[in-house]
Design a protein. Structure first.
Length: 615
């Protein structure tokens, strides 16, 4: 109180309201793994040495700091089609230590996080893709792709996990690439995740269960329980199964796709050992293939050409148009024969093309008007405006009067085949996003289950009711595993909400554990102002009122069960109630808080019976 000595008017403000509890964030995950690069504070760092958590809020943020996905390596094998000699078969295989795509999935996991409702998260890079020297630009000139040595290092992941302790805002831990480790190393990571959660008591671990398509669901579950997770601190984590077939395409560049061409004909194996880009930019033909007079064929397919399709004939571009307005435009016919005739007329009307065309049904044969020197050939190319390929330029009849050959159709077909390879991901990234979405829309006390997973076609392994029974309840260890299942008419649904402590009545459910984390952390931070305050009744009253106001609001929001606030929670503090005189002498102020947290209705039992007619 001020010591007033000078006459005058003084103002004193009296605090009549208690301090308030500010709710903390509940779904801020940390993603630990490998990235393309690592930029912190506008400086590129070596994440294998300096592992720094970076706060990001969007995929654009992620790309700015950590780059994009790993560029996969593919081999496109071309062979003669058994149906047509002008449409080669294409077989795509991935290239690496094994014939599957790379294990660098952190980029895709963060993408799944945002696709499923995620917001703020932290990323800890523990290494870059370039650590394995797999840059496509360094491939040998003969086209052989070196064997990729991909090393997911348990020590690097563990070090990245450790630095997450420094960030108080983190509430969820994920290490997506731990699934690629051996059983013992994966257990090291998963156990350390739970140890950190128990130590800090403000975060929750999301883990993946390895799915083996050659095994059974029962065996996958038991392998996880026996080999991948220990017995301690199970209430701080949850496991999800199986992996997910996503709608995300693997990333690749033209230089990381090598062509193996086994086709026959006048230009047999023209693309062999070349990169994909050569098909689109043009390939120089061998001297033996070059003649002074060029010919080629254009076949109009039954799907027919469409408005906007173009034909490059020498220096001229002919465009399919609904209402042709100049000599370089022509209309599509009612069928492939009519369209071929319209194209023939258009080509022959333009002397500058350097060719003449004759038609037999839907096939045009083009011949050079005059002989020309090798290297002064006539380029012929068709480009479709949409998805349908309406015409094919023949390579088997092309007699080398041109010295450069471009096959846009083949390029597009190979691209299309490669893009059929979709990313298979374990669910931790998507689950973290669902946690964030449910917390934001419903509250942390709502179970993150019976929720669809976005950007997913289906689980990699279908799970039946009987198979899920073994995953959900394990009488021996209590290590529950949450299933992700495909339901007809509903899509891919998260169909479980248990922690790994499935036999613990207090901590069986994910929303209960995470709600307590939220409540405890919020009240803990709000009561920091009490430290070194007088340990007396005025302080006790203020503290109790602050906590009761917070819990009352949670009760109104539906987080606590009870018809009245006093049925939903209690807050006790005071001498003779929670403290003794010795406690006060030793500087302790004990506050006891009890809440009736709502719990999910996991089993809905409908009971039916016959009722006798009464009238």
């Amino acid at each position: 109180m001020a010591d007033y000595k000078t006459p005058g008017v003084y103002i004193e403000e009296i605090n009549t309201l208690p301090a308030s509890v500010a709710p903390v964030a509940t779904a801020v995950p940390a993603f630990v793994g490998y990235t393309e690069k690592a930029i912190v504070d506008n400086e590129t760092i070596d994440p294998s040495i300096n592992r720094i958590p970076v706060r990001i809020t969007s995929m654009l943020d992620f790309v700015d700091h950590f780059g994009g996905p790993f560029q996969e390596y593919y081999r496109a094998t071309l062979s003669d089609s058994p149906i047509s000699d002008i449409d080669p078969q294409i077989i795509i295989t991935s290239i690496g230590t094994v014939p599957v795509e790379s294990p660098y999935h952190l980029y895709y996991q963060v993408r799944m996080f945002y696709a499923n409702g995620g917001g703020t998260c932290y990323v800890v890079s523990v290494g870059t893709y370039n650590d394995d020297d797999n840059d496509p630009a360094t491939f040998p000139a003969d086209g052989d792709i070196p064997t990729a040595t991909v090393d997911i290092d348990v020590n690097a992941l563990d070090a990245g996990l450790s630095v997450c302790e420094e960030i108080d805002e983190i509430t969820i831990l994920t290490v997506p690439e731990a699934i690629l480790l051996s059983d013992s190393n994966r257990k090291t990571i998963y156990d350390n995740m739970l140890i950190q959660c128990n130590k800090l008591q403000d975060r929750f671990a999301v883990m993946d269960v390895q799915a083996d398509e050659s095994s059974t669901v029962f065996d996958d579950g038991n392998d996880f329980r026996n080999d991948n997770i220990g017995p301690d601190y199970l209430k701080y984590g949850a496991a999800y199964y199986p992996s997910l077939e996503t709608k995300i395409e693997y990333s690749f560049i033209d230089s990381s796709v090598i062509i193996e061409d086994t086709t026959t004909g006048i230009h047999a194996a023209i693309w062999d050992t070349q990169r994909l880009g050569a098909i689109n930019t043009g390939q120089t033909l061998a001297g033996a293939d070059i003649s002074v007079n060029a010919s080629a064929t254009i076949t109009i397919e039954p799907v027919n050409i469409s408005n906007g399709d173009t034909f490059l004939i020498g220096p001229e571009t002919l465009t399919v148009a609904a209402a042709p307005a100049n000599p370089n435009e022509f209309s599509a016919g009612a069928n492939e024969d009519d369209s071929a005739e319209n194209l023939r007329v258009a080509i022959n009307a333009l002397v500058s093309t350097g060719v003449t065309a004759v038609r037999v049904d839907n096939v045009l044969t083009l011949s050079a008007i005059a002989d020309g020197a090798a290297g002064n050939g006539i380029a012929i190319q068709y480009t479709a405006s949409g998805a349908d390929i309406g015409a094919i330029v023949s390579g088997s009849e092309l007699s080398g009067g041109i010295d450069r050959y471009i096959d846009t159709n083949l390029y597009n077909r190979i691209q299309k085949e490669i893009k059929k390879h979709k990313v298979t991901l374990y669910p931790c990234g998507a689950i973290a996003g669902i946690y964030a979405s449910v917390d934001r829309d419903r509250g942390v006390w709502k179970a993150p289950a019976n929720v669809s997973v976005n950007l997913v076609n289906e689980p990699s392994i279908p799970i039946t009711r009987e198979e899920q029974a073994n995953l959900n309840v394990d009488a021996t260890t209590g290590k529950s595993i949450n299933a992700i299942r495909l339901f007809s008419g509903k899509g891919t649904i998260v169909w479980g909400a248990r922690t790994l402590a499935g036999n613990d009545n207090e901590w069986r459910y994910v929303p209960v554990r995470r709600f307590y984390n939220f409540m405890e952390e919020s009240i803990k931070k709000a009561t920091e102002f009490v430290v070194f305050e007088p340990n007396s009744k005025p302080t006790w009253v203020r503290t109790k009122a602050m906590i009761e106001n917070f819990l009352t609001q949670l009760w109104r929001d539906g987080a606590l069960a009870g018809a009245k606030p006093e049925q939903a929670f209690f807050v006790k503090i005071g001498l003779g109630e929670t403290m003794t005189a010795l406690d006060i002498l030793e500087g302790r102020m004990n506050v006891e808080i009890g809440v009736a947290a709502v719990r999910p209705a996991e089993f809905i039992i409908l009971k039916f019976s016959h009722k006798l007619q009464e009238s």
